[in-house]
Design a binder for this molecule. Structure first.
Ligand code: FA5
Length: 344
């Protein structure tokens, strides 16, 4: 190769480099193509060994100037800049591979288990609003204004009234879904509803100011307490296993007559040898409020109580979740502590 050929090769390499830049080639590719051991500029500079000293000086300085301009470009090239930015954004607190898998929250899992269990008994699912009217939450459920039973369910009120002058409030239970469903549909009805409810309550191991309820009711002809009892027994055995037993104790809710607390035999006693902290060694847990739908409730929904009869029940889903997952403090369900959630 003579001097002229070497110069025209250098000028060809400069054009190649300009093209690589305009095509936004990655800097690591440019570095490999021009400057690596077998890169085109390195090979061209090696050719200088057969040239005279004067030519080596002249052509070597031209070749080195070109090498310098490539290096300057590489150190300031956009993908170099983004590389350094990425490394400074590196978040060492992120989980390593394999990534941990999330799981369904125990409240959601319990709700799904409840819905599946009740749907096997022929109950369909309805939802109601969380911001409810006093009329649906209390009045139509036979809690007239100033009824003392309202004190059992104090709640949070909104500074708005509906067109009837009835207050808006955060619903205290899922029972308003009974009224909404019966006012819009005709019997026979077998309906459940699940969702959040709110009460102005002090928080402790078994109480929260936001919790979740299951509501269920049946409205038809000739429904009796034995239908309620059979439904409760089938439901509880499906949830907690066939060894679970139930018993009814007298209770009061203005929207049922008679009213009952459904108690379930404690499934934890056997593992605590006579000193069960869950049922306090009574052997029974009150899990569900229930009863026969009050005639005044049927009247508020436009049904004739002489023709239609029915039962209703309501349960705390959070307390079901505590029993199913062996959780002794309800607050653990809302603290999002991964150590708790992972062990469920
Ligand atoms: C009611 O809310 C009635 N609506 C249930 C009902 C429906 C009775 C239909 C009859 C017919 P009670 O206030 O007892 O009832 O609440 C029902 C369940 O919600 C309780 O058994 C309990 O499991 C749960 N619960 C009540 N208060 C709280 C609270 N502060 N925190 C967590 N769970 C609660």
């Amino acid at each position: 190769m003579n001097r002229q050929e070497w110069l025209s090769k250098l000028s060809a390499l400069k054009s190649d480099f300009d093209r690589a830049v305009s095509e936004k080639k990655l800097s690591q590719d440019i570095e490999r193509d021009f400057l690596s051991k077998k890169g085109s500029l390195s090979l061209l500079l090696r050719e200088l060994s057969s040239f005279s000293i004067e030519e080596k000086k002249e052509l070597g300085s031209l070749g080195n100037d070109f090498k310098k301009s490539i290096l300057e470009y590489l150190s300031a090239s956009p993908d170099n800049i983004s590389k350094s930015k990425v490394s400074s954004d590196l978040d060492l607190t992120l989980c390593g591979y394999p990534y941990p898998h999330g799981s369904v929250h125990p409240i959601t899992a319990t709700t799904e288990k409840i819905i599946s269990s009740m749907s096997k008994l022929g109950f369909s699912l309805e939802y109601g609003p969380l911001v409810e009217m006093d009329y649906f939450n209390f009045e139509a459920l036979n809690f007239p204004p100033d009824h003392p039973a309202r004190d059992m369910q104090d709640t949070f009120y909104l500074p708005h009234k509906d067109e009837r002058g009835s207050d808006y409030l955060l619903r205290t239970h899922t029972s308003p879904v009974q009224i909404r469903t019966m006012q819009s549909r005709k019997p026979p009805l077998r309906v459940i509803s699940t969702g959040k409810v709110f009460r102005s309550e002090a928080v402790d191991a078994s109480h929260s100011f936001v919790f979740h309820q299951l509501e269920g009711f049946c409205a038809d002809k000739n429904i009796s307490m034995s239908d309620l009892k059979w439904t409760m027994e089938s439901f509880i055995k499906d949830m907690f296993g066939s060894a679970a037993k139930i018993r009814f104790a007298p209770s009061y809710f203005p929207f049922v007559e008679p009213g009952a607390g459904v108690e379930v035999s404690c499934v934890f006693c056997s593992s605590h040898k006579g000193k069960c902290p869950v049922c306090k060694s009574t052997g029974w847990l009150e899990l569900i409020g229930a009863g026969m739908i009050h005639p005044e409730v049927f009247k508020a929904c436009g049904y004739d109580p002489m023709e239609t009869s029915g039962f209703a029940f309501g349960a705390g889903i959070d307390r079901f979740a505590m029993l199913l997952y062996g959780i002794t403090d309800m607050r653990q369900l809302f603290e999002n502590d991964l150590r708790v959630l992972k062990n469920l």
